[in-house]
Design a protein around this ligand. Sequence first.
Ligand code: ATP
Length: 919
Amino acid sequence: MGLSYALRWPGWTGEEKPHLPEPTGPLTRERPQWHAETREAVLQGLGTDPEKGITWAQARERLREYGPNELKIQPRETWYRILARQFANTLIIILLLAALISFAAGEVGDVLTILAIVLLNGLLGFFQEWQAENALAALAKMLAPTCKGIREGQVKVLEARLLVPGDLVLLEPGDRVPADLRLLEAVNLEADESALTGESLPVPKSVAPVPPNTPLADRSSMVWMGTHITNGRGLGVVVATGMATEFGQIAQLAETVQQEPTPLQRRLALLAKQLGVLSLITGILVLLAGLLVGKPLKDLFLTGVALAVAVVPEGLPAVVTLTLALGVRAMVRRRVLLRKLQAAEALGGVTTICTDKTGTLTKNEMTVRRIWLASGEVEVTGVGYEPSGHFLLGAQRLDPQEHPDLLALLETGLWCNHSSLYRDETGWHPRGDPTEVALLVAALKAGLSLPERKGILSEFSFNALRKRMTVVWEKAEGLVAHVKGAPEVILDRCTRILKNGKEWPLTPEDRRAIEAAYARMAKTGLRTLALAKRQLTGEIPLREETVERDLVFLGLVGLLDPPRPEVPAAIRTAQEAGIRVLMITGEAAPTALALARQIGLRAERAVTGPEIEELEDEELLGLLEGGVVFARTTPEHKLRIVHLLKRRGEVVAMTGDGVNDAPALRKADVGIAMGLRGTDVAKSASDVVLLDDNFASLIRGVEEGRRQYDNIQKFIRYLLTSNIGEVIAILLNLLLGGPLVFLPVQILWINLITDSLTAVALGMEPAEKDVMKRRPRKPSEPLLDRRGVLAVLLLGGYIGASALWLFYHTLQRGAPQALAQTLAFTGIVILEKFNVLNFRSLRMPLAALGFFTNPWLLGAWVLSLGLQACAVYVPFLQEALHTVPLGWKEWGLMLLWALPIFLIPEFIKWVGWQKTRRG
Ligand code: ATP
């Protein structure tokens, strides 16, 4: 049994195209017993070439026949359901009731207007939700799971959705199994099937057929869709896709973007509900009070409805949804993919970021720089992935072929390796784990050629817990185990050392020399790895504990992995924003410390995983205050640190990429998986995926999250002032006993049309200059703090009083009631347009912000004022909204009332701003 050429050699194209027989056996429909068939029978049944897979043409044809590899459990929202939902709320019911009563009173015009507004409101809500839906669908597409498949002899990254029965799929640790597969090759393959069978321990897999009636959980020759690989390597052929898989059969799993309402949306829904109840109660009270004093029923009813409509910020939910959806796109532009809408809010509120090192803070482009051997220390030259460079011992150039120690080390680096290189017009490119690519390039620099790749007998995979990897080969001289890993882990398992081509017992002096070399290398920031091997003689069982011992120490390699150039600035930004950045890495302490200092992290000491285990919770928390870096940690340590931080009330973001990182990612307030190097398991446990793995993108995401939260706060205040203004005007008017100041349709027009437009534009407000200079908001901070409530009440009070003044002033002039109403109605719109300028920033005056910095708002201004002019001058709208034309004098009067609502707060903000600037 051995791994095929294709498995070892991603990109290998094979010779000529084989003639593939068409599938003969039934594919999946009659649920054949693939697990009981031999490898050959399965391949024949599916018409698959064991090396080359199926052809693209066959794949296309089968896709047509079997459909995409998808679980159709949660169908996408259809447009008509979204539309229908718009009309199923209390407001609509109130309005329809109003229409009914107007109809009874013979006011056909009002009935038509109310119906038109109901329709318009529905369409507006529909349009906004549809936008949000589309943004999420686009996200889901970007998150679409992929896998490594083989078609026409070439290894390709395939969208899991497009897999068909007969496709060959490569499996490695961390992969989510994309369909039901019959295994063709398996080297120490293990799968976590807990999602399917409930079995929590990984299950070993092999190629041998099992009896036909074996229960699902024991079919070791199969791996199932939705489970994931925890160890080893394998190759399988797809036998069932989509709903035909076992997962599809029990219809359990849906890997869609989660769409639960965000905490913000929940809070808003609650607010809306409370306001709704309030409006109903006030409406009824007004009705009763009016009846008692003997007012005409129709007037009373209209006042009641107007009040009910005025209390509720009808436009708010749609504006929030649209802003969050647009926010998703803004995040993608910053290379941050949200898996849940609520992640933006959480990201904006982060107080601590726990980040790993390799690939997030560093470039993850590694090159071997130094090699320590018992017989001397060697420097390696050359840049990038190009396999050319020299080996220098002091000033002297070495021929590796004549240096048995160097050769043995480089060979082990090559044989304990799954990476590959390929070349195109732009140069050399890596494929696989960067640590392994570096070792491969070093071996190629020495002129080593790739071994005959058919003899892998067994493998113990690398993971963050083991910190080592072993591959057992069958060679002419017998079985050889090639091992690499963290130096302390490897050294613990060595009893001999290679020196001048011979194996010697490993003495305490050797040990000290190795440890000193390790410390030297790590201190300069080199990522240090040890290599070892063992000739397996006799009948040693191929298990971890029997193979990975009595090793021969070959040497150390120091790999250079430079920091990403943009990271120091990002760290500074995070620090200025009051966000603590904690490095929690699997790397060795000195290497981690060296890097931390290089990128400007406060790093006074490193605490390692074993040390963490010795610490009480309180001690560990105490450590976080002084600049500490956590090194040589395992995912369990990450979990503990997140847990402690959260207990202290912090909002924690945690990055991760490995299979074992999933629990910590789930536990964190924002779990962040790496888009490029992250495993499927880490991605599906996360809230956010960093498309370029870059810490700097994460900080840009935080900034964007803060911007969105700020803007939501702004437009909530803005919309509420309008509602408060309307309510105050109606209630005051009731006390004064005057005629109806606004009609319900006019309030609806304000709330749904003119205010919504400017609110959406307010949601597009660019980030304020100091957005990353402020401390994170407190998790307990309400959406509307005391200052906010005060602002809303004062500004709303001013709006309401102004509208009433305009109304009564006009009436007193002896003008008709319709003109007074039109003036009060238009007055509120104009006042709101000036008021919106107050909310472009809650702190900065417009003078500092710049008038033209939000072009969307300018557009919305022009549009909503234009619409209001139409409401007043276009005949059919005049009829619908009960308006009459206004003259210049009236416009001037409204402008006069509107200016102070902007000028006074602007002046107060300006004074405050000058003070903070001086301070
Ligand atoms: P981070 O946690 O910041 O990503 P890391 O990559 O160093 O850092 P791990 O992936 O947990 O963390 O690796 C821990 C150690 O295991 C490394 O420092 C290295 O010594 C060793 N190691 C890394 N990759 C391999 C590999 N492919 N084979 C064998 N050993 C490895």
